[in-house]
Design a protein around this ligand. Sequence first.
Ligand SMILES: N[C@@H](CCC(=O)N[C@@H](CS)C(=O)NCC(=O)O)C(=O)O
Length: 213
Amino acid sequence: MTTVYGFSVSGNCHKVRLLLEQLEQPYRWVEVDSAAGETHTPEFLARNPNAKVPVLELDDGRTLPESNAILCWLAEGTPFLPDDRWARAQALRWMFFEQYSHEPYVAVARFICGWTPADSPRRADLPRLRERGHQALAVMERHLASNRWFTGAEYGVADIALFAYTSVAHHGGIAVDGYPALRDWLARVAATPRFVPVPEADPAAAALIAQSA
Ligand SMILES: N[C@@H](CCC(=O)N[C@@H](CS)C(=O)NCC(=O)O)C(=O)O
């Protein structure tokens, strides 16, 4: 059976869980607490030398890191990844956007708020991360003013990729209140069949988020 090595509260890992649930594909989930350094063991590094979750492991032992590559692998031949060349390029465009212009700000602000001490020097980065995070949300809002989805005409991998950290952006102090089309899209994604949300953060992280966001 396909195995996912993942940290459940991580948005990057949630992408993989959400797609597997929506595909109704059986899988085994191995919890790896990346915030506690569990991706740096020799055993884990053999699966991903880049020391990051998620990692997908196939029955034959092959391993695939990088959340968006995993989405494309799993979605091949399904409605979640368009066949049409242009639509597929659009999906990829938004997945690259997510990794370069969205996740490094929205996800990192959330990580700093929930998983670093209240006196961490990394908190000095928060104003810049929040500014850049809002820039990413504004780009999404503009697209959504005239499009329902990011994966071409239908819901799919790019929506799953962008949903993960956007749905918990407020944990990093990046509120989505000012983006009406984006909020409607979040609701549309949450209404898709077999949807599962990003799990609640553990109580310690939730307390830090409540203090800092
Ligand atoms: N580009 C990667 C990013 C993965 C990533 O940043 N994973 C984090 C958790 S969300 C991690 O494992 N960090 C552990 C570390 O860097 O030590 C992806 O999309 O999968």
